[in-house]
Design a protein around this ligand. Sequence first.
Ligand code: GDP
Ligand code: IMO
Ligand code: MG
Length: 427
Amino acid sequence: MPALVLLGAQWGDEGKGKATDLLGGSVDYVVRYQGGNNAGHTVVVGDQKYALHLLPSGILSPGCVPVIGNGVVVDPSVLLSELSGLNERGVDTSKLLLSGNAHLITPYHATLDKVTERFLGKRKIGTTGRGIGPSYADKINRVGIRVQDLFDESILLQKVEAALDFKNQVLAKLYNRRAISPQQVVDELLGYADQIKGYVADTTLILNQAIDDDKVVLFEGGQGTLLDVDHGTYPFVTSSNPTAGGACTGSGVGPTKISRVIGILKAYTTRVGAGPFPTELFDEDGEALRSIGGEFGVTTGRNRRCGWFDAVIARYATRVNGLTDFFLTKLDVLTGWERIPVCVAYEIDGERTTELPYNQSDFHHAKPVYEYLPGWSEDITKAKTFADLPKNAQAYVKTLEEMSGAPISAIGVGPGRDETIEVNSFL
Ligand code: GDP
Ligand code: IMO
Ligand code: MG
């Protein structure tokens, strides 16, 4: 049975939450493998709307076991408040499994995230301020605190002291902030321990056994390919690997077990935070995409930057993730344009290229080369099959598929679960 990875093919907010939820009813496990509560995944079920940040979207499907893998960074206060928020709405969260090897986001990580951004001034990344980068930095520096440390008070204190040793110098001497008391951090963390303990499990073992037992496992990425710390627009990226390889390292499931990698691809492009974005629009078309598409951040409420579809990026996502399929979302948002520009190549310092440049300065200078596809004006939100789409919408999808290098197996025509055209089955 399949193990599928579902990930963002652009700069995040492609509609991963909706796509995961759609498959959630048919899968046994949904696993977050990287990122943390920087994510904002929207799921619309009937007249109910959910915004999930840390929890896998599979938590909304009663038969599905939601898993937070070792590659995720977990803010325990956010975890508990998200769980209780769902419980208040009648969602059963008791099946959740949390890796004991996942790293924690502590209050000092969120503090450092904010002061570092302020210090960077106009060079700032535009992070979500949730402590993601500082927590991953501690993991790599081997001074991180893991979920399992919550259950051994003396080890926890030793580790928090070690982590704060250097940071307190920086906070006090560089940022002119008060030093943070290790004991205070430990007391706060211990306050969460009892409530979290029941969820902690050897998730790597459980997931491998599930795959051996022919269960269906879905890995749900946060962020997107171009926000990947290795393959994205560094340094304007997040601090983890949303790309397909991250599903393996972030869960302890080997690459030979993955059967399909689905890229979630918006029919246009958006980005939140700083960094290059060749097809970004600063005119009324950009404003229209933002208002029709509801392009406002789920986590921070910031306006999303909006632009036309970029086929160079889609091809790149196919390449670095080994995509087998695309799920094209938000096609309905493009209804009403007479013609729709699609970026097919870049011009960089007078040279045309159809591949994403590896050189950061080149990407900053990339100018989009557009082809113009005929638009449609018919309402497509009720379309159930590909044949229901107007001819020009069909041609738009087919052209994007040819340019992007993998079959478009599903098309989103609205935010709801049933507002989806299934072209090829994922399972
Ligand atoms: P994620 O972070 O990738 O899960 O995406 P977000 O939830 O941040 O942003 C996607 C937004 O688009 C959400 O408000 C979804 O409800 C909405 N959405 C998802 N698919 C579609 C679609 O096909 N059409 C429309 N109109 N909205 C969609
Ligand atoms: P989902 O899962 C869009 C962006 C931030 C910032 C950069 C680094 O909803 O697609 P971080 O807080 O991660 O250190 O910020 O990454 N970013 C996202 N943009 N969607 C997301 O998640 C994002 N998560 C982080 O805006 O530019
Ligand atoms: Mg989002």
